[in-house]
Design a protein around this ligand. Structure first.
Ligand SMILES: [Zn+2]
Ligand SMILES: [Zn+2]
Length: 340
């Protein structure tokens, strides 16, 4: 063995050991499968949007929690109405998924953030910079809880050098900042030619404020629970909406996932403490059904799915069943890139 081969041998062993320790890579999950059904391809999403008459919602990411490396992306959505695009939440993956939908960045009008957890906001800044490089207009607006203005300015300051290099090189007007409106109380958020947007405050401790939003387009209304414990206020906000996208926690699978992880060792928490946290912050499936029934919505989309772990397969029927006990309308189990 020569001296030069040693570092290679070492690095290969290191990589193989790393692979063996990574459940997401060793689990027997086909590359094309998400838990419980086929993945929507970019081509399918693009075809559905091309043929669409009226306002459409694209589920860009349907996983709850800021965990990378899963088949499902973290939470994000885009609504397309009359050629204008509105993004709700910017979990990791939003920029790629937006591009896969085929909607041009020049169509992006506004961005809305429900709350400042990483699975909802971590790719907000990158969406702006990469979006701007790819045609996003500088008059895009953003809405979200405080300190959203400061967060935006701080991000722009951090990436000024990167933006300026690109602006100089391609003779573009640099992205300096964007217009941000902070939302800290319930009520009207914005209105333009396509849509009226309103918000309410939801319960998601310790995050304050955390928001749910309702979008009233001319032809369709779409409400989003954001992350919240079961809340009558969400049913009131979503009253009569065409679509309610609600976060969904399937407790039996979550309990199993937590027990499995604790059993593996190296996670210094108790089962009871983790479940108490989950129940103080999120909505069990049965309650999602109750809230949708109370709201009287036509279609309920289950998203921000908890747990989302590639090694635990949960069928669409399993997600749907506890919800369907209480909700009698249409139930859609969210899939990334699904067009609703
Ligand atoms: Zn979340
Ligand atoms: Zn959250």
């Amino acid at each position: 063995m020569t001296n030069t081969s040693r570092p290679l041998d070492f690095s290969r062993r290191h990589v193989l050991a790393g692979l063996a320790a990574t459940p997401a890579l060793t689990a027997a999950v086909p590359a094309t499968a998400q838990t419980g059904g086929p993945r929507w391809t970019p081509q399918q999403a693009q075809a559905a949007l091309k043929d669409a008459k009226g306002t459409k919602l694209v589920l860009l990411g349907t996983a709850g929690a800021p965990v990378p490396g899963r088949s499902r992306q973290m939470t994000s959505h885009v609504m397309l109405s009359n050629g204008s695009a509105y993004v709700l939440d910017c979990g990791m993956g939003v920029t790629d998924q937006y591009a896969r939908s085929g909607i041009p960045f020049s169509a992006l009008k506004s961005i809305f953030i429900t709350h400042h957890h990483a699975d909802h906001n971590i790719e907000y800044g990158p969406l702006l910079v990469v979006g701007w490089i790819n045609g996003m207009h500088l008059d895009v607006r953003a809405f979200g809880p405080p300190p959203f203005k400061q967060m935006t300015e701080d991000f722009m300051r951090a990436y000024k050098t990167t933006v300026d290099f690109w602006a100089e090189d391609l003779k573009m007007t640099p992205l300096v900042t964007i217009d941000v409106k902070e939302v800290s109380v319930a009520g009207s958020v914005m209105q333009d030619d396509n849509v009226k947007v309103s918000a309410i405050i939801v319960e998601h401790p310790p995050v304050k404020p955390a928001l749910a939003y309702r979008f009233d387009f001319k032809d369709r209304s779409i409400a989003f629970s954001g992350d919240t414990t079961p809340l009558a206020a969400v049913a009131t906000m979503a009253k009569g909406a065409d679509v309610l996208v609600h976060e969904t926690m399937y407790v039996p699978a979550l309990e199993k996932a937590i027990k499995d992880r604790i059993a593996k060792g190296g996670w210094p928490v108790t089962f009871e403490a983790v479940m108490a946290h989950a129940k103080a912050d999120h909505t069990p499936s049965e309650d999602v059904g109750r809230i949708a029934q109370e709201a009287g919505v036509k279609t309920l989309v289950l998203s921000h799915l908890i747990p989302t772990i590639d090694s635990i397969s949960i069928s669409d029927d399993t997600w749907r069943e506890p919800v369907a006990k209480y909700f009698k309308g249409e139930i859609i189990v969210g899939q990334d890139l699904m067009v609703v």
